[in-house]
Design a protein around this ligand. Structure first.
Ligand code: SAM
Length: 291
């Protein structure tokens, strides 16, 4: 396996550890070692990472307050053949972190953009939560103002996907309260804090118990949090209503059209409707129509 060397004029988006400094990939180290410029969300934070690996690099700042201007400068450097790596403070740039404008500006200028994937708190939390989260929605940070936060949660309330949030320690208690009030007490929640760090902790309970768990120990409110909440239970099919609608449609339309229309009207899955249509026809509930 050969070391990777940064190519002239290429931009690399590099994921870095979310706590444990050893969680860095070999490829990330190769790129950080060989690029001309390392652009960082906070140069002091990244200096710590580079020091840990004995790397001395030219660092420039690109954060949410200067992203567009700093991106313009970096794109000019890239255009002159310099290679650039972008890293945020922790985890994957562009995931609730700066980096998006830089990527867009670089692409627009025809500059090659490559990803050096690695840690991200959302993936780390999902992998360790042990929750049924086949389909999930990553929301990131909820609004900080209570009214806006509750409104955002109202909009998410009926979605049948696990909901993944990032949260800051000073807001986690009120967010847990709002989650319980808006989404209901019964859903399962996983609270994942300080992942990959000394006090890593994952607690799974019902939303009703989450606030109490947090308040029981002052240390539980400290650090960085990912919150995963079970999705809304799927709405139970109204079998009687579907049968009634389908019977009426099959009496007037060919099977395919009747099924398509019933799917539109009821929101049921096509397979469910199709099977019921065949059953209705088979048992003579409706006249056979040419398909
Ligand atoms: N770009 C990062 C990523 O890929 O995960 C996320 C950056 S965002 C500004 C920071 C938030 O990520 C924190 O407030 C917290 O919600 C979450 N986070 C980051 N590191 C974490 C960790 N070690 N344990 C739990 N959550 C973490």
């Amino acid at each position: 396996m050969q070391d990777v060397v940064a190519a002239a004029g290429s931009l690399y988006i590099v994921a870095t550890p979310i706590g444990n400094l050893r969680d860095i990939t070999l490829r990330a180290l190769d790129i950080l070692k060989t690029v001309d410029i390392v652009a960082a969300e906070d140069t002091r934070v990244t200096q710590g990472l580079l020091n840990a690996y004995g790397l001395q690099k030219k660092l420039v700042a690109l954060h949410e307050h200067n992203e567009r201007v700093a991106a313009e400068r970096l794109v000019a450097d890239l255009g002159e053949g310099k290679s650039v790596a972008y890293v945020s403070d922790a985890g994957t740039p562009g995931v609730s972190d700066p980096g998006v404008h830089l990527v867009r500006q670089a692409r627009a200028a025809g500059i090659p953009v490559e990803v050096i994937p690695g840690p991200s708190a959302v993936a780390a939390a999902l992998s360790v939560a042990g929750m049924e989260a086949g389909q999930w929605l990553f929301y990131g940070f909820l609004p900080s103002k209570p009214a806006a936060r509750r409104k955002a949660l109202e909009d998410l309330k009926t979605l049948p996907y696990a909901l993944v949030f990032y949260e800051a320690p000073h807001r986690v208690a009120e967010t847990l309260d709002d989650l319980c009030v808006v989404l209901g007490a019964e859903r399962e929640i996983a609270i994942a804090r300080e992942l990959t760090k000394l006090f890593e902790q994952v607690h799974v309970c019902r939303l009703a118990e989450a606030g109490e768990w947090l308040a029981a120990d002052v240390n539980r409110g400290r650090g960085e949090f990912v919150i995963i909440v079970q999705g809304a239970a799927p709405v139970q099919a109204d079998a009687g209503k579907l049968r009634e609608t389908l019977t009426a449609l099959l009496a007037a339309l060919p099977l395919k059209q009747a099924v398509a229309l019933a799917v539109q009207l009821t929101g049921e899955k096509k397979n469910t409707v199709y099977e019921l249509a065949l059953e209705l026809q088979k048992h003579g509930n409706v006249d056979d129509h040419p398909a």
